[in-house]
Ligand binder design. Sequence first.
Ligand code: SAH
Length: 234
Amino acid sequence: MTFRATVLTLYPEMFPGALGHSLAGRALDDGAWSLEAVQIRDFAEGRHRNVDDTPAGGGAGMVMRADVLARTIDAASPKGDDRPRLLMSPRGKPLNQKRVRELAGGGGAVILCGRFEGVDQRVIDARGLEEVSVGDYILSGGEPAALVLLDAVVRLLPGVMGNEASGTEESFETGLLEHPHYTRPQEFEGLTIPEILTSGNHARIAAWRRDEARKLTAERRPDLLPRSAQPVTK
Ligand code: SAH
């Protein structure tokens, strides 16, 4: 089964963008996944093909119209298409590796990219869109967020990563941030590689890495540790 991504956007020329290169690009060429970028404006009506209008209740900016978006969604993802329908949105649930892994295990995703102030609430409700955020900051549009989501998903698809092991030992996969890495040269600006890493003792190296990962996580992201291991506050 090929992972099928359909992106609904006012800027289809932004795709595949970064995903046309390196791992994801090669996987796209090899057919490990497919990508279709649909122009929302093609589903707008009238001489001006308006996709947005002023916000009900007043205020700054413009809102994407529910009717135009619904027609786009219905054409790109007709009844029977059981791929999840995502809306990139700063109000959404923050994306994490667990959700990325679930998505990678499915048949694909339909991804709506917002612009302007956002999207009429009625199309979110009527088409059951799952709002997904890529972080607590505001982008000018959903397209870079969709690229981030797809990059994270595609690298997990079967056969995409050369070294399969590196997909499961990374930050978040173990519930911890990853240990530090080193490579040649042995000495860099007077700094050497921790001796244990050149000892050849694989058990001790593994223990050192686990230890470093735990220390780093406690320091930087204590929220990732099991509750029992979290520092007591208050
Ligand atoms: N007025 C909105 C922000 C709109 S930004 C608010 O205050 O919540 C325009 C579009 O960019 C959004 O519709 C969404 O599709 C996208 N976007 C912006 N920030 C994002 C984020 N952190 N994660 C995912 N999508 C985001």
